[in-house]
Design a protein around this ligand. Structure first.
Ligand SMILES: O=C(O)/C(S)=C/c1c[nH]c2cc(Br)ccc12
Length: 173
């Protein structure tokens, strides 16, 4: 039943082409965020939604279909729980220290340099990360780990890319 309901919601968002583009994704994300008083966000930027589409667009259509959207939605649903868990002062944002624990809780294993890079890239001048930045960071982390493992066929933790493969991976993200 919930599956049917979700498909109807998707159909409403996606429209006739049954694919969700960046504008449609931005509208649904911002409509949902508004309902959550404990999630501070100036709203998802179109550019962030274009990135999320690119990162989730496994069939290279430039938009996301039902399966890709459901996959993204399930991830955002679980990541927003992590966000709320680590927003201990209920400010609607999480600080760079809490971000380390949130990243770990989501199952990403990084090193100190990468935690600093995440803070530099996603935190505001007070070292706080708001919800939309948090989600964009996690979508990118998830997609980059998946892309690496897709290339790492023998699972030895080493991949070999020529420059055009590297550009394909890093440009459409
Ligand atoms: O708090 C909840 O119970 C749920 S179901 C939250 C969310 C479930 N999907 C979400 C997407 C965005 Br964007 C923000 C919040 C949620």
């Amino acid at each position: 039943e919930e599956q049917k309901q979700f498909r109807n919601i998707f159909r409403q968002i996606a429209g006739d082409d049954m694919e969700i583009n960046a504008e449609e994704l931005r509208n649904v994300l911002n409509n949902v965020v508004k309902k959550h008083k404990d999630l501070r966000s100036e709203g998802f930027e179109l550019e962030s939604c274009r990135s999320m589409i690119a990162l989730m667009d496994t069939d290279g259509s430039g938009k996301i279909n039902f399966d890709e959207f459901r996959h993204l939605w399930d991830k955002i649903k679980s990541w927003q729980k992590i966000f709320k868990r680590y927003d201990t002062d209920h400010s609607g944002t999480i600080n760079s220290y809490e971000m380390r624990n949130a990243v770990n809780d989501a199952g990403f294993r990084l090193n100190n340099q990468l935690y600093d890079i995440i803070t530099m890239r996603y935190a505001d001048k007070n070292m706080n990360i708001d919800f939309d930045s948090f989600i964009c960071c996690f979508v990118r982390l998830d997609a980059m780990f998946r892309a690496f493992h897709a290339f790492d066929k023998d699972g030895d933790g080493i991949i070999k890319l020529n420059v055009l493969e590297w550009l394909q991976l890093t440009l459409y993200a």
